[in-house]
Design a protein around this ligand. Sequence first.
Ligand code: NI
Length: 218
Amino acid sequence: MTIRTIITEPNQLLRQVSKPVDQVGKEEQTLMDDMLETMYDAPGIGLAAIQVGVPKRIIVMDISKEEGKKEPRYFVNPVIKNKDPIKATYEEGCLSVPNQFAEIDRPSKCEVEYLDYHGKKQLLKADGLLATCIQHEMDHLEGVLFIDYLSKLKKSKMSKIKFIRVVVLMLIVPMLSFGQNQGTCYNTVSFCPVGKRMGFTKNMQSFSGAFEMGDTSV
Ligand code: NI
């Protein structure tokens, strides 16, 4: 298995509509293996083929919450059959949109039809994080990113927050090194480095799984 390069905004490939797979063969399985390895390495909980530059309708996912327990899922040519009218809100991130996170409303449940790793037709009823993750990844197949749902105002607020984070880090890091030089103990100081925040959060409660999303980063 090979870890592939994840492309990021504003790479125009991310805006491409991915093509259906004719048949799940050795080439597609190798791609899925590589995508999974790439997703685990990132780390994230979902990845679409276009994020490694391949415009095929293929998604991999693993939303297992237990440390060390892997539950990989593979979706080829996924089609959403039903969506629940009730919406759920998750804070989303994306491996292709590093360091940006926003609350997005999506249907809370969905039914998806797809081919599995072996090309066998499957139907899955999904809710919670899984439903959100599937919808986020399926957007990638249409060239859509989660930031597309945000208003211009929200986008500008996000970039300001990002700027503030960077400034805070620029201030904290020299302070920490200064403290160490002076023999001061800063053990109680903890902060979340930019790009290392993981997982979806729901109702502002931390989720243990990492979304592809860099965070859900789905
Ligand atoms: Ni994504």
